[in-house]
Design a binder for this molecule. Structure first.
Ligand SMILES: O=C[C@H](O)COP(=O)(O)O
Length: 247
């Protein structure tokens, strides 16, 4: 098992969240990218603001590290047009993969038509551009029943409306890593929620993200059947070190 090829190495904090300047954030993102190049990590996952610059760096280094970004991050509540504008810009800036936060608040309120529309429309557009799409469902905000229901909803839209031949390019992803739970309870990927997702995703691949910190945890996720892991501890994972999140 080559764990490195399962990893999306992420840096998703805004300068304000990290308490650093925009240019220091850009330096962090470039450092993350160079580490991915040097360690054969599959992808880097960064905020849309930095896509163009990282594309230039990857092209300059003739690297085939995949470039991913996040859309509607982290709350998922932007309306569809705003998400599509952000996605189109990210694609024209050079992103290969787009991780959308699903409007899980609308889903929880029962506004299923709104959620269906964004999944179907955005997925079609991203696939038409030849890119990969991932839907972040934010498991920590959902009950088990809701995790099952939204996983099945994404699966059914893809299989029935988009086409099974595209299923491998549409991931269902667990978490943003930014959701605040009461008492700082774990808010990301864990065996229980990942199993629920895998059992209900059909032929769609699952990406585990949020709180994956060690090589052992990463291996566990791969053994369960995930096809990708999003983590801000990618370097520690490939080096077999304990981490509290490199970034
Ligand atoms: O999409 C990936 C997540 O933001 C990673 O979360 P993490 O910082 O807990 O590893």
């Amino acid at each position: 098992m080559n764990i490195n090829q399962y990893l999306d190495s992420t840096y998703l904090k805004t300068p304000e969240q990290a308490g650093i300047s925009n240019s220091d954030t850009l330096d962090m993102v470039h450092k993350l990218t160079q580490e991915a190049i040097d360690n054969g990590i599959y992808a880097v996952m960064i905020r849309p603001d930095y896509v163009r610059s990282v594309r230039e760096l990857l092209d300059e280094k003739k690297s085939n590290v995949v470039l991913g970004t996040v859309i509607g991050f982290p709350e998922g509540i932007y309306d569809l047009n705003e998400k599509l504008r952000e996605a189109q810009k990210a694609i024209s800036d050079g992103a290969d993969e787009l991780d959308f936060v699903v409007n899980y608040e609308a889903f929880k309120k029962g506004d299923i038509d709104k959620v269906k529309e964004e999944i179907e429309t955005a997925t079609s557009i991203v696939l038409r551009e030849g890119k990969v799409v991932k839907w972040i469902i934010e498991t920590a905000a959902l009950t088990d029943e809701q995790i099952i229901e939204i996983t099945q909803l994404i699966r059914d839209i893809v299989l029935e409306k988009i086409g099974e031949e595209n299923a491998a390019k549409v991931f269902i992803k667990s978490s943003t890593g930014f959701y605040k739970t009461e008492n700082d309870a774990p808010n990301g990927a864990n065996e229980h929620v990942i199993k629920l997702m895998l059992e209900n995703a059909g032929s769609l691949p699952v990406k585990a993200s949020g709180g994956v910190r060690t090589t052992e945890e990463a291996k566990k996720m791969i053994d369960l059947g995930v096809k990708r892991i999003g983590t801000s501890s990618a370097l520690a994972i490939v080096q077999g070190k304990e981490a509290s999140g490199n970034y």
